[in-house]
Every structure is written in C-alpha cells, then in structure tokens.
Design a protein around this ligand. Structure first.
Ligand code: NAD
Length: 293
C-alpha cells in the first residue's frame, strides 16, 4: 500500500522505516532534510506539506513533537484536512485528549477518520517493532488498518472515544517518569553514602525496587553516563504537563505527579530541552551534592 508519514524524528523515522521493511511505499514530510534523506534513500517520496501527503495517500501517519504541531498538521491551512485522497489519519504522537478530540471532530466534518495511537517503548521499540500502541477512535478504522499499524508493535484498542489512547499514554508516562525520578533520588542517596552505583542496580534488579528505570534506563544510559536513551526532556515534560492538566480538569489530585513534573522542569532548566530525560539522574546528583561526572 502507498502510505503517508509526517514527522520523521527519533520515533517517526524508525516507524516509517518499518513500513518500508513490510513492503509498503511512502510519501513523507518533515522540515528536516536529514530526517527525510534516510527515508528518501530507501525510496520514499518527499512532499512539501501535510496536505501534499494527504493528496497522495488514503492512510496518513504522524509522529510529531507537540500538540500544537499535530493540530496544525491535521487542521491547519496546509494540513491533511485539505488533502484529496486521505481517508484516515493516525496520530502516533503524544498530544493529550484535547487535541485528539479537536482533530477527530475537525476531520470527521470532512469525512476523514482519525485514530489517536500514541506509542510506548522508546527508540528501541520503534526500531524493533515492539512498541505498545494505544488506540482510540472509530473501531471500524482500527479494524481496517490493524494489520498495517501492527508492524510498529502490539496494539491495544482502548475505546471509541477520541483520546482514549492518549489517556492511557499519559498514565503510562506519568508512571514511567515517576519511576525514573524516584530511582534517581535513591541512587543519588546510595552513591552519596559510598555505595557502588553498578552494584546497587544489580541488587535492585533482583529486589522489589526493580522497574523499567533500573532494568533499562540505568544500564543503558545512566551508568555509562551517555544520557542518550532517546527521549527529550522537553517532550517528557510536555507529557507530564498534559497529564496533570487533564487530571486537574477531572478533579483528580496528583501529589506524586506534581513533584515529578517539578523534577522534570528543573532538569529541563539545568540541562536544556533537548537533553535526554535520563538527565533526571544528574539533577538528583546535584541535589545530593555528588560530583559524578
Ligand atoms: P523528535 O523531536 O525526534 O521528532 C519530531 C520530528 O517532527 C522531527 O523530525 C521534526 O523535524 C518533525 N517536525 C516538527 N515540526 C513538523 C511539522 N510541522 N511537520 C512535519 N514534521 C515536523 O521527537 P520523537 O522523540 O520522535 O517524538 C515524536 C512523538 O512521539 C512525540 O509526541 C513524543 O512525545 C512521542 N514519543 C516519543 C518517544 C521517544 O522515546 N522518543 C516514545 C514514545 C512517544
């Protein structure tokens, strides 16, 4: 099938690559020449706008950095809404429910279906096709394209309400970031007391403190001091902000979540928006007055 893909960053580039691996052809769009080149070298056709992608393809995926960019890409003056061929728009980005509802309603008025399909599993999952994909929106569209979306990983249909996938994703990222934050604090305290960080992780991974932070983040990006797990601090902060805003709108207090958002905000301030979110470990080291680097 000929498929559209908009946003070829850390995640989108790899997911688009998996569609090519599966035998599909692509029309792609990204303002970054470098991002497009990797896919163009594999036969993808470059389009100048989101509309131009939607003029060529009935199915269009997007993997974009912010809710506003997703909304503009879907409904803006050169958005997919003006495309002549598009039938279904699948947003793989983490945008929160508000934008999912706006995109769903805006596109529906033009006869285009929208699925929110945020993903979890990081660049490793995107590369290997082992992401969790949490889908909300019309079940008929999900059924129609299920086998294509499944090249990215394991699918979960969360419900027909637009944004159902987004809610699940925000819950996941709240828990994932909280786990990194509390691991960072515990590891900094242990190191300050003189324990060996590598040995601490070995202990935690066979103890009740084990988590995706101790199993993946520390061994891969914190212990080697590479801080290159593949998720920008600004994007993690965006996800926490969306989660807390939505919880607050529902009247759901988030005591731990508020602290984690502050922790991420301080990390963004100290190491910059493009830093890796595993830099939370460095923030905890600063607070513990450890000179680790
Ligand atoms: P990224 O910043 O690496 O990639 C975003 C891409 O979008 C870039 O290539 C950028 O040039 C492109 N872009 C920006 N504006 C655009 C526009 N108007 N039209 C077309 N392309 C545009 O981000 P990422 O890490 O790949 O994340 C993408 C989405 O996936 C985000 O919503 C993020 O929250 C989510 N996500 C990321 C990860 C991760 O581990 N990196 C994991 C799960 C979910």
């Amino acid at each position: 099938m000929h498929i559209g893909f908009i946003g070829l960053g850390r995640m989108g580039g790899l997911m688009a690559g998996r569609l090519i691996d599966a035998g599909h052809t692509l029309t792609v769009m990204d303002p970054s020449d470098a991002a497009v080149k990797t896919l163009a070298d594999r036969g993808a056709v470059r389009a100048a706008s989101a509309k131009a992608v939607a003029d060529e393809c009935e199915l269009v995926f997007a993997s974009l950095p912010s809710p506003q960019v997703v909304q503009d890409t879907a409904l803006g003056s050169s958005g997919v809404i003006h495309g002549s061929k598009i039938k279904t728009f699948v947003d793989l980005s983490t945008t929160g429910t508000k934008v999912s509802v706006a995109v769903h309603d805006g596109l529906k008025a033009k006869g285009v279906a929208a699925l929110d399909a945020p993903v979890s599993g990081g660049v490793k999952g995107a590369r290997e096709g082992t992401l969790a994909i949490m889908v909300g929106g019309p079940k008929a569209s999900f059924d129609q394209y299920e086998s294509i979306i499944a090249v990215f990983g394991k699918l979960f249909f969360m419900g027909e309400a637009p944004g159902a996938g987004q809610t699940m994703k925000l819950v996941n990222n709240l828990i994932s970031c909280a786990t990194i934050a509390v691991t960072a604090e515990g590891m900094a305290m242990g190191a300050r007391a003189g324990l060996d960080p590598k040995l601490m992780i070995d202990v935690l991974n066979v103890s009740t403190g084990a988590s995706s932070a101790t199993r993946d983040k520390w061994p891969r990006s914190v212990l080697p001091r590479t801080f290159d797990y593949g998720f920008a601090t600004a994007l993690a902060f965006k996800d926490l902000r969306l989660c807390l805003e939505e919880a607050e709108a529902m009247g759901v207090p988030m005591v731990v979540g508020s602290s984690v958002r502050q922790f991420m905000s301080i990390t963004k301030q100290l190491y910059g928006p493009d830093s890796d979110f595993t830099c939370m470990a460095k923030t905890a080291e600063v607070l513990a007055a450890i000179d680790a680097d």
